[in-house]
Design a binder for this molecule. Structure first.
Ligand SMILES: [Zn+2]
Length: 159
């Protein structure tokens, strides 16, 4: 999936989470968007990869694309890391929800992800789409609708 789809996916997921929890919605959603693009640090052409070129190159060389940074192991590792450095549950959970949304979206693509890394099993949904394909635009549109829906649910009372 493209970076924009991941951003809107992170928005929809963190807003949905904000609606069913009592965490700070602004921090939750902000961290959710960052978390949603973070796993593609393994890919130099991605939004985040272009910002951290050297780190991205190192990770790509060591693990390849869509493996370690797209795994449950990495998710758990990040949970520990964030817990150690950040003293705010809204930020930590938002980031992890964003990451999870990234995994789910990439599982809907043909290449899938190595969710169970270091096992070399590719995990994908039975029905998949190409990155940048027509279906991705449909997914993007659907996620936009969800974002507005959940966004209104969370922030509507301030309007
Ligand atoms: Zn990805």
């Amino acid at each position: 999936m493209t970076g924009n789809t991941h951003i809107i996916g992170g928005l929809a997921a963190s807003l949905a989470f904000a609606q069913v929890s009592n965490y700070d919605p602004v921090l939750l959603v902000g961290a959710g968007v960052v978390g949603a693009i973070f796993p593609d640090i393994c890919h130099g052409g991605s939004k985040i990869g272009r910002k951290f070129k050297v780190l991205s190159k190192v990770i790509n060389t060591l693990f390849g694309h869509r493996s370690f940074t797209h795994s449950l192991l990495f998710l758990v590792l990040m949970a520990f890391l964030l817990n150690g450095f950040i003293n705010n549950d809204s930020i930590i959970l938002g980031f992890l929800v964003g990451m999870a949304s990234h995994y789910i979206l990439d599982m809907a693509t043909k290449n899938g992800i190595k969710l169970l890394y270091p096992l070399k099993i590719t995990v994908r949904f039975p029905v998949t789409t190409r990155t940048g394909g027509t279906v991705e635009y449909v997914v993007f549109a659907a996620l936009s609708v969800l974002t507005v829906y959940f966004g209104y649910g969370v922030f509507g009372k301030y309007i």
